[in-house]
Ligand binder design. Structure first.
Ligand code: COA
Length: 432
């Protein structure tokens, strides 16, 4: 049978596709802007037909209707990364959180949480019958390799990204055609504080470095401050629109990369149509599964790898909390520790934690004597190196506890320095 005949045979309605989910199934869903929103909506509309369906998802951009109040009997969310739409559900007991490095999610699905169904979002097939996973290859490709049933929303708006990012029509079980614009994440407004953080981070970036950037205003502010650098490269879990600007300005060339020279290596994209159009059919963008991109041993093959991530709290030992505020889980580790470890192993690698010096409108300092009770350390004091705020750069690796505390206090917000110095003098029995 030709792939076109197979395609026609597997084509079904949205309504029919979701009837292949059964009570008690474990369903893995493509995340971030690759979320197959129409399939998810159809699944939620069909909720009465299911009991106890486990939904595995990371960044849920479409409102996560499956874990809203009233859905408890039908769905149970197992979140690998909390965000605005899922925090409350987990707090209120309508779901669970599994702490896991992003690089290990494929292994988690292969060895422990076998997916019965994977719901994915693909490009139209090419002339050979291959569909691209487009903006989100990360854990969906590995999940599709082991799932019992693969249901695909095929969307002509999904860019055909290159790399290890394809699945053949013969591997799909049910196909639904639904053309709808992808979810977009507009570039955030960048405040003065973030601009200053960006500048301080950029002072640690050298020509020819390969960058990993997290998500949000701080990475965008860093990119803004890199306009006078040369021949930067990208090996990053995700990128957003800011990267396109630097490619167009000739700053990102990937020329001096030691792994995949000439190509940006990424596992998911999150931005606007501008980014998706840039990645479409572009061999300079290699989209690969997350157990490759985020594997510290792979990351380390990039010399001069600079990782830039954000966090919630840093204590005077240099312990970094990034996923909880006290006992309250607000996020997930994502690729933070994967990249911190990879950057530490990279020749001339550098790892940066960048954050505003205060939170909650300036009411609390993010640099604290001790982390909050109940908070979990994300990046340990053994792995941390640079911590950056709007007030400067602290360098912690290979430093004594006394030196670390001094470095950190010097970049704390001036309103909190006196109390931190008091703590310093008590702890180290010496003047600051
Ligand atoms: N004390 C009390 N509350 C704090 C706080 C602190 N020290 N730091 C942050 N918060 C609160 C904020 O006030 C905000 O609360 P709200 O939602 O009620 O307004 C919430 O925590 C989120 O903080 P915010 O600064 O807006 O988060 P962000 O969007 O800038 O994200 C991280 C920051 C740390 C959560 C995010 O970078 C992350 O998830 N990091 C871990 C994952 C990662 O690094 N992945 C790698 C690449 S993608």
């Amino acid at each position: 049978m030709s792939w076109k005949d197979e395609y026609a045979k597997k084509l079904c309605s949205m309504k029919e596709a979701v009837t292949h989910i059964r009570s008690g199934d474990r369903v893995v869903v493509t995340h971030a802007v690759g979320e197959p929103s129409a399939l998810l909506d159809a699944m939620v509309e069909n909720a009465e037909q299911y009991e106890n369906v486990e939904i595995i998802h990371m960044i849920a951009m479409g409102g996560a209707k499956y874990c809203q109040p009233g859905m408890e009997k039908h769905f149970r969310h197992n979140s690998l990364f909390l965000g605005g739409s899922t925090r409350k559900a987990i707090e209120e007991g309508r779901g669970d959180f599994t702490p896991v490095y992003f690089s290990e999610v494929p292994d988690l699905l292969r060895t422990k949480l076998h997916p019965n169904v994977v719901l994915m979002h693909l490009s139209s097939p090419d002339e050979h019958g291959f569909c691209s996973l487009g903006v989100s290859v990360d854990y969906t490709k590995p999940a599709a390799e082991v799932a019992d049933i693969r249901i695909a929303q095929i969307n002509k708006h999904m860019p055909r990204t290159m790399g290890d990012s394809f699945i053949h029509v013969s591997r799909l079980d049910y196909i639904v055609e639904h053309d709808t614009p992808l979810i977009e994440l507009p570039p955030p407004e960048i405040s003065e504080v973030e601009r200053a953080i960006g500048k301080n981070c950029a002072s640690l970036v050298q020509d020819g470095d390969t960058l990993q950037l997290g998500i949000g205003a701080i990475p965008d502010a860093v990119l803004l401050s890199l306009k006078d650098k040369h021949d930067l490269g990208i090996h990053s879990e995700m990128v957003s629109d800011g990267v396109v600007e630097l490619v167009e300005a000739g700053v990102i060339t990937n020329k001096r990369k030691t792994l995949f020279p000439g190509k940006s290596v990424i596992t998911f994209l999150m931005g606007t149509r501008r980014l998706y159009d840039y990645a479409h059919d572009n061999p300079a963008v290699q989209m690969m599964p997350v157990d490759f991109v985020n594997n510290p041993a792979v990351i380390a093959q990039n010399d001069n790898l600079v990782s830039i991530n954000s966090c919630v709290q840093v204590d005077l030992f240099g312990q970094v909390v990034s996923t909880s505020v006290g006992l309250r889980q607000i996020s997930g580790v994502g690729g933070q520790v994967d990249f911190v470890r990879g950057a530490n192993l990279s020749k001339n690698g550098r790892t940066i934690m960048a954050m505003p010096s205060t939170a909650q409108g300036g009411k609390v300092s993010k640099i604290v004597p001790l982390i909050d009770t109940g908070a979990a350390v994300t990046t340990s004091r053994y792995d941390v190196n640079y911590v950056v705020t709007e007030h400067g750069v602290a360098q912690l690796k290979f430093r004594t506890l006394r030196e670390r505390a001094r470095e950190l206090i010097n970049i704390a917000h001036p309103d909190f320095r006196a109390s931190l110095i008091q703590e310093f003098e008590k702890r180290f029995r010496s003047g600051f």
